[in-house]
Design a binder for this molecule. Structure first.
Ligand SMILES: [Zn+2]
Length: 473
């Protein structure tokens, strides 16, 4: 009895500190110490129907959205917290890093806001930061919903990072629509400033996304394309449908075919419609000269479900000619090995840009002149599908969780790359850098760190500044 009691006390004295907000969540029954949702767990949710128009080289993006926001919490909300991430481009916005004039814009302009059909005049200071509280006309009670209609516009930035102008007729739209921030059971409203460092913390929402572009522009976006017959010519529809049923990699559209009107419907404007459910974000890319490849891979052996893998790129980017192959390997490996959970979405599209950044069902990656390095980076971004997107991690506060897991999964899925290249040479950095092969590191390297950062021999011979480890998000 005494021994048992002493051991219990010892175990208690050695337990990890539990933050007050987490203790409170246990008390309320919304969370459980074993990690499962508590009996009183809840999440709020939004249904978004977003319509945006882009007409390059005009850099103005115009949007209109209808949001139905559902309060599943037991609390009455007197205001809604909005995320206006595009205001990160405004001069004077809080940013963790330096930027230059090509990044700066006037931010997001909201020019109409309606709450349950009642128009409300917003003052400039109501939407000048990356988040803002707007008081509701009527408090939103538990299990009630509010309908919001918002129109806005912004100028896409010349400097392309996670989003922006890839070239004068190729745009990447991300963080592009006003959204209701997360109200959760342990922190309440998420009102951390977006400083260009954090990435995601969003509700699992449902989306209908309409993107209107001129003829001869192709749009790639999160979700299933719901109206291919309205925007694509019959031969492209046929090729795209076939690519979702077999392993062959098919070119859906070449730049020349798009330019000569053989790909898209020849209306003045085409509206592409995408649908995605229970997902934390949507993004879109559009171009009038990117090549488009597609294939698919079985991600769930039990049901035979295939996921589509597509890529959109400048035809001169040699590594992107293999990007669908790399994406297929990633979905296959991650679905069948580790985490061993079938890829939870119907597709992924890898777009050539400048971000090295993941989005739900979308990747925005640089081109490099080393295809194996490009493969390594895209596998990292696709690994983020599970962490944070599938898990819904609050990445704004706990970025180590999604970067840690994605890096671990990525290091495992990419190990054949390292095995094959002993040593591997990257030309991404100035000069070439030798990466020691992984097998010599296995016994001593913590799994969360890249081997080049752990081995004494590597540290001695490889200047940190030249390490070719992906500077990916
Ligand atoms: Zn990452």
């Amino acid at each position: 009895m005494f021994v048992f009691s002493s051991l219990t006390q010892l175990a208690r004295s050695q337990s990890l500190y539990t933050p007050r907000d987490v203790k409170e969540a246990y008390k309320k029954g919304t969370r459980s110490p074993d990690g499962r949702p508590g009996p009183n767990y809840w999440q709020n949710k939004g249904h978004y129907e977003i319509s945006v128009t882009a007409a390059p080289p005009d850099r103005t993006i115009r949007g209109f959205e209808k949001i139905t926001y559902i309060n599943n919490s037991p609390d009455t909300l007197i205001a809604l917290d909005y995320r206006l991430i595009g205001n990160i481009h405004k001069p004077g916005a809080y940013r963790l890093g330096n930027t230059d004039s090509d990044y700066l814009t006037a931010g997001v302009h909201i020019y109409s806001y309606t709450e349950n059909g009642e128009a409300k005049k917003l003052k400039p200071q109501d939407h000048d930061g990356t988040w803002k509280f707007i008081r509701l006309n009527q408090p939103l009670g538990p299990h009630d919903s509010v309908r919001l209609d918002i129109t806005w516009h912004y100028t896409i930035s010349l400097k392309s990072g996670r989003e922006g102008m890839i070239d004068s007729t190729t745009y990447y739209l991300a963080y592009f629509y006003p959204r209701v921030a997360v109200y959760d059971d342990y922190n309440g409203w998420d009102h951390m400033d977006f400083t260009d460092e954090q990435e995601f913390y969003n509700d699992f929402n449902d989306y209908i996304l309409h993107v209107t572009v001129p003829a001869n522009y192709i749009v790639w976006a999160t979700g299933d394309l719901k109206n291919p017959e309205a925007v694509l010519n019959p031969s492209c529809i046929k090729k795209l449908a076939a690519s979702m049923k077999n392993d062959a990699i098919t070119r859906i559209a070449s730049p020349e075919e798009t330019r000569t009107g053989k790909v898209t419907t020849q209306n003045t404007l085409n509206t592409w419609t995408w649908i995605a459910s229970d997902i934390t974000d949507v993004t879109a890319a559009l171009s009038n000269h990117f090549a488009w490849d597609a294939s698919s891979v079985v991600v769930d052996d039990a049901t035979g479900r295939r996921a589509s893998v597509q890529s959109a790129y400048n035809d001169t980017a040699k590594d992107f000619h293999r990007m669908v192959e790399f994406g297929k390997h990633s979905l296959d490996w991650l679905s069948h090995n580790w985490p061993g959970i079938p890829y939870p979405f119907p597709k992924t599209t890898i777009v050539q840009g400048y971000a090295d950044m993941e989005y739900p069902m979308m990747v925005n990656d640089n081109t490099t002149d080393d295809p194996l390095f490009s493969r390594f980076v895209v596998e990292h971004e696709i690994a983020h599908t599970w962490f944070p997107f599938y898990m819904g991690i609050n990445e704004s506060r706990y970025a180590f969780m999604d970067e840690g897991w994605a890096t671990t999964l990525n290091t495992s899925s990419a190990s054949p790359i390292w095995e094959k290249k002993k040593p591997m040479t990257s030309t991404r950095t100035s000069g070439s850098t030798t990466i020691p092969s992984i097998p010599t590191q296995k016994k001593t390297s913590p799994s969360l760190l890249p081997p080049t950062r752990c081995a004494a021999s590597a540290m001695a011979t490889t200047p940190m500044a030249n390490l070719p480890w992906p500077i990916s998000r």
